[in-house]
Design a protein around this ligand. Structure first.
Ligand code: NCD
Length: 297
């Protein structure tokens, strides 16, 4: 398996086939599968030059729940990068030692190079501001779990230019029938990804909620400060926003959050961003099952 872009999911049927695997793995744990057998004897190598909390932890826990082992290579001063080794050479080394490579790198091209040059299972865990396909899978899985997915209306709010989770999720949500997209952009420097045509774009969250049709999903993203500086006012959730949000809608965020979702929102039943984290474990277990489980069946 080489999962580099969410656009590799070309039909709803393909996505649903995957989600059925995830459903089977999550509850109850054992349904004709010994989970500790799936990845036993296999090693995942996670290679990164960027910080990671959820992605790193959930890939590790997923691999361990399936009986596998995990190694970690940080491309910083603790590795031979400090001696001048190229990123490509370091990744080639990792590919010789691991059964599956998970790569998060700030240079968006590295994962494409790896796809074209390595003969190993490969998962993109975030390439610059381009894509984050496993986050999109867990986001779509969470939406499928929480609301109806036909005719859904999703409002993306925040750093539209640099939010890789949003870029990947757009691909998956476009597979569902009649999905409607609305955007709140943090400034006019942001551009709407080409995949969405005829989208409504607002510069204010309250105005978007007042003036567009009722929404089902509010998907918030943080300002990607490490990718570009921005000094304007960043849109966020206010008490008025919560009043305008439909009762049966959900609030999502890939996390980490900054100020765009105050912590008092967490206790609202519409806030599902910590549920997303749990689903991230199940979805990554599903991917590892597709890689290793099917080899053993
Ligand atoms: C995101 C990422 O790294 O792209 N986090 C994550 O993996 N859940 C979101 C972000 O950093 O803003």
């Amino acid at each position: 398996m080489k999962l580099v872009s969410a656009s590799e999911y070309r039909s709803l049927e393909q996505l649903e086939t995957f989600f059925h695997i995830v459903d089977t793995l999550r509850s109850p744990w054992i349904k004709g599968i010994d989970p500790y057998y799936v990845a036993r004897g296999k090693v995942m190598v996670i290679v990164t030059n960027e910080p990671s909390t959820r992605t790193r932890l959930s890939f590790e826990v997923a691999m361990k729940r399936l009986g596998g082992e995990v190694c970690w290579l940080s491309l910083d001063n603790s590795s031979s990068v400090a001696k001048g080794e190229s990123t490509q050479d370091s990744i080639k080394v990792a590919s010789q030692l691991g059964d599956v490579l998970v790569i998060r790198h700030s240079d968006p091209e590295i994962i494409h190079w790896a796809k074209n040059n390595l003969n190993t299972h490969l998962i993109n865990a975030g390439n610059g501001s381009e894509e984050h396909p496993t986050q999109a899978l867990l986001d779509a899985y969470t939406i499928r779990e929480k609301i109806k997915t036909e005719n859904m209306h999703i409002l993306f709010c925040g750093d539209l230019t640099f939010s890789r989770t949003m870029h990947s999720l757009l691909y998956l949500l476009s597979l569902y029938p009649n999905t409607k997209f609305t955007f709140v952009a943090n400034s006019d420097r942001n551009k709407i990804p080409a995949i969405v045509k005829d989208a409504n774009v607002f510069d204010n969250l309250e105005a978007a909620l007042l003036e567009s049709a009722p929404i089902d999903v509010l998907y918030m993203t943080r300002l990607q400060e490490e990718r570009k500086t921005f000094t304007g006012r960043y849109p966020g959730i206010t008490e008025r926003v919560m009043k305008l949000l439909p009762e049966n809608s959900i609030i999502m965020h890939p996390l980490p959050r900054l100020t765009e979702i105050p912590t008092w929102v967490d206790s609202d039943k519409r806030a599902v961003y910590f549920d997303q984290v749990k689903n991230g474990l199940y979805v990554r277990m599903g991917l590892l099952y597709q890689i290793f489980g099917l080899e053993r069946d």
